[in-house]
Design a protein around this ligand. Sequence first.
Ligand code: BGC
Length: 432
Amino acid sequence: MAFQLTDGLLLGAATAATQIEGGDQNNNWYDWYRQGYIKDDADPSVATEHYIRWREDLALMKEMGLQCCRMGLEWSRVEPRDGVFDEAAIAHYREEIQSLREAGIPVLLTLHHFSNPQWLEERGAFAVRDNVTCYLRYVRKMVESLGDLVSEYITLNEPNVYAFNGYFQGIWPPGRRSFLEMSRVMTNMAAAHIEAYGLIRKTRLQMGYKDTRVGFANHLRIFAPRDPDNPLHRFWASRAEQLFQGSLTRAMCTGRAAIPIGQHPSIVPGRYCDFHGINYYTRSTVSGPADGVARDCPVNDLGWEIYPEGIVQVCRKVYDLLPRPIYITENGTCDNEDRFRARYIAEHLQALCESGLPVERYYHWCFCDNWEWTEGVSARFGLVHVDYADQRRTVKPSGEFYRRVIQERGVSDELFQEFCGGPYRRSGEDAV
Ligand code: BGC
């Protein structure tokens, strides 16, 4: 394998506040942890202590040559009580973002990445239509406070995963299991995004900036029928695609609602993305209402199929829906021993660079190992290893590989051979 990065493609890394910062016990995920729902009982108010170690992390980002980064704000930190903003927390984020800029690493800022202030959670968060106004008040305040430092925003991270896991499957807070509630949450989030899209652009324009870009980070997966000749498998695959991601994507990008997205006064036809933010990890194999993994295919340490062609397929689909530049806002893999991460990166980047699509950013997930929601700290996605006993950071071989790809603007045969020899594990007979 050998390929060059396409012109204009910047390589960076992504993080999310709750997964790295530590120090906050005022959000719904801390509450979920307190209730005992984290597999290894890892405490999110520790995580990787990025909130106090961010300078060290910034130095590592610089050393690795990252050209951009995606980071998030912890809403419960900046608005610890309803309508009360903490100026010290805002000043902290200003300092961090300013320092990143000075290091030549511009920030793509995520305003909401799964976690809610506990006061909002107790009022039903996005399951309650009126709560969207709380979100918009917070968004306005953040853009007014940080808008001179940040031109690119993500309104919401993966509303489909948030709604599906928290309101249909019941495995994330608040642990509900109702299709109707999931549908209501998706609808309200689509409306929140559409409103925030206009609000962020307007607020920055009033501040004198014309270069604003707003999008959302869309978790997109391939849903493949297990047997393409079986009409039932095809039916369930297309149904899963529509319910999990297809309808929501249309509503959020173009303001057109179809099941499971309901009617809402803010969801009206329009264009609501300046770029497509895409989080891509895997392909699901479908033969019924639940999805699974194909037999004997390459998988990561969480059993997710590794399917590099899929990243191009999902990008093409959204690009056909609305032609906008593409930002890969997350792509990465759980590889606890760092045996195949470099190969995973190379294969996904190659697919993107040979696709002919206007891919402008690639933010690898994740910059460092982190607190992986219900998995706790036992699933490692980082380019940088974190030793949770003493919080020591060490760049992994895949992190060194990434540094070289950035420096050399591509992957040569030699580079591939040096770093990407690690074999993938394969799914077993018990896969679906
Ligand atoms: C989320 C991240 C998460 C990653 C790996 C994405 O769904 O946005 O927060 O860590 O996947 O599971």
